[in-house]
Write a protein that binds this ligand. Structure first.
Ligand SMILES: [Zn+2]
Length: 464
């Protein structure tokens, strides 16, 4: 069996692994690269394999860096089934068309800027229509049910506790009479968090592929993070009369932030909040979240009561049209704007940053991982000036990074999760982490667990 690392090797985006035997070929995830000037070109580059010969695709979760190139795969000739959990399948119905829309919109902006130039504009990698068509290939599967997508393959989706619908994949590959069990961790959630269930413990694997986003870091605990959230909002809204801008993944993080703001209001720590969720995808994702309430833990019942009566409820508005979004840019104070994308490299958040970053009285709250090369990362790293839509914007707003909200397990949670294995996997590949994080975590697995570990390079193939 051969496995090729097509992405998320010594970086956090572009997750995709190609598994091949003499009888079957399939992909685990088909994600977009995000961040950096090269990302668009990397996403555009032809797949290094014949997409039409793939038997099927397994998708761990709906985040675009795990699913975003599925429509491109279809355009390259793939016509087989795409398997994902039911909630992931629902989320993909909003996320893939939204991704197609972002690409069409970026192209239009490019055309406007280059009007005078003779350079031929690139075509979008895929359109909204392509994304819609790709959705017909998606087959929803249930958690914990055995699936046989091929005579030589069985698999099972287990809850990864990362976002709604996220899964760890157990995959059994039969070659002649030999059976090998592969486990793909997907993105693992931080245990003990509200709303989502804890990641499922897996007891055995012959080969493990494990994420390492925070393989070299520990998260601040949640109560400290909530205190900081409350303080920043209080300072900004009540003392400085500015706005609070929160870039957030439309799926997962947005719902979590709303939940915490609601809690802080109910506890009397914050008052009269005006929250604007400016992301059509977040609005749709919130609806899907409510539909799949059964997947959540007990605390999530409170989440279901968001819109119900209560004391001092925040005023929560979902912004729909582009006109409403633009109108929001004129609001000078008192607003909390939650918008996507979470890494500030696409979507409506860029407009909100353009209007608020230059204002000393405003705050930006960073609540998720910011990949290298993204606008969000430059803000976290303390840039004093950034470029948005070709315009130079000074950074005068205060930038706060709230690490405790992460949807990813930190180093100690990752080590707890691997200690669930009853015997060491024959081979472990550390993926989905920037180089330092991946190498540090690999070293911990060797030293603490005595495991045989490798940190693959992008494009590398290994024989198993
Ligand atoms: Zn993810």
């Amino acid at each position: 069996m051969k496995v090729t690392f097509l992405g998320a090797a010594r970086e956090v985006t572009g997750s995709s692994y190609l598994v091949e035997t003499d009888t079957v070929r399939f992909l685990v995830d088909c994600g977009m690269f995000q961040g950096g000037r090269e990302a668009p070109a990397r996403n555009r580059r032809p797949f290094g394999f014949d997409a039409s010969t793939l038997d099927f695709v397994l998708v761990t979760h709906a985040h675009i860096d795990h699913s975003g190139l599925l429509p491109k795969l279809m355009l390259a000739g793939f016509n087989g089934p795409i398997y994902a959990t039911e909630a992931t399948a629902d989320l993909l119905t909003v996320m893939l068309p939204d991704s197609g829309h972002i690409q069409e919109a970026e192209l239009q902006r490019f055309m406007r800027r280059r009007k005078a130039s003779s350079r031929t504009p690139p075509s979008p990698i895929y359109t909204v229509q392509d994304a819609q068509q790709c959705l017909s290939l998606v087959n929803p599967v249930q958690y914990d049910k055995r699936l046989e997508p091929h005579g030589d393959i069985a698999c099972c989706f287990r809850d990864a506790g990362h976002i709604l619908g996220s899964a760890i994949l157990e995959v059994w590959v039969t070659q002649d009479t030999r059976r090998t069990k592969l486990v793909f961790s997907g993105d693992l959630g931080q245990p003990g968090r509200p709303i989502l269930r804890d990641p499922t413990l897996i007891e055995d694997a012959d080969v493990l592929f494990i994420e390492s986003t925070y393989g070299n870091r520990l998260h601040k605990d949640l109560p400290a993070t909530l205190d900081e959230l409350g303080q920043v909002i209080e300072q900004t809204l009540y003392k400085k009369n500015g706005n609070v801008i929160i870039p957030a993944f439309a799926v997962g993080r947005t719902q979590e932030i709303i939940y915490h703001l609601h809690q802080l209001s109910q506890q009397g720590r914050l008052h009269n909040l005006n929250i604007f969720v400016d992301s059509p995808m977040a609005t749709a994702a919130t609806r899907i979240t409510q539909k799949h309430m059964a997947l959540f833990d007990d605390e999530a019942r409170q989440l279901a009561n968001w819109f119900k009566a209560g004391r001092d409820l925040p005023n929560l508005r979902f912004v729909g049209s582009a006109e409403e979004s633009i109108a929001l840019n004129q609001v000078r104070s008192g607003a909390i704007v939650i918008s996507a994308s979470g890494m500030c490299d696409a979507g409506r958040i860029k407009h909100h940053l353009r209007h608020n970053l230059g204002r000393r009285e405003c705050s930006v709250l960073i609540t998720g991982f910011q990949a290298q090369g993204t606008l969000g990362r430059r803000l976290v790293d303390g840039a004093t000036q950034v470029s948005i839509f070709g315009q130079r914007i000074p950074v005068r707003a205060s930038i706060h990074t709230l690490g405790g909200f992460s949807a990813h397990a930190d180093q100690s949670a990752l080590l707890d999760w691997v200690s669930g294995f009853q015997r060491p996997p024959d081979k472990t590949f550390v993926v989905h982490g920037e180089e330092t994080a991946a190498l540090t975590f690999a070293e911990r697995l060797r030293s603490d667990m005595g495991w045989s570990v490798m940190v693959p390079e992008l494009g590398q193939s290994v024989q198993l």
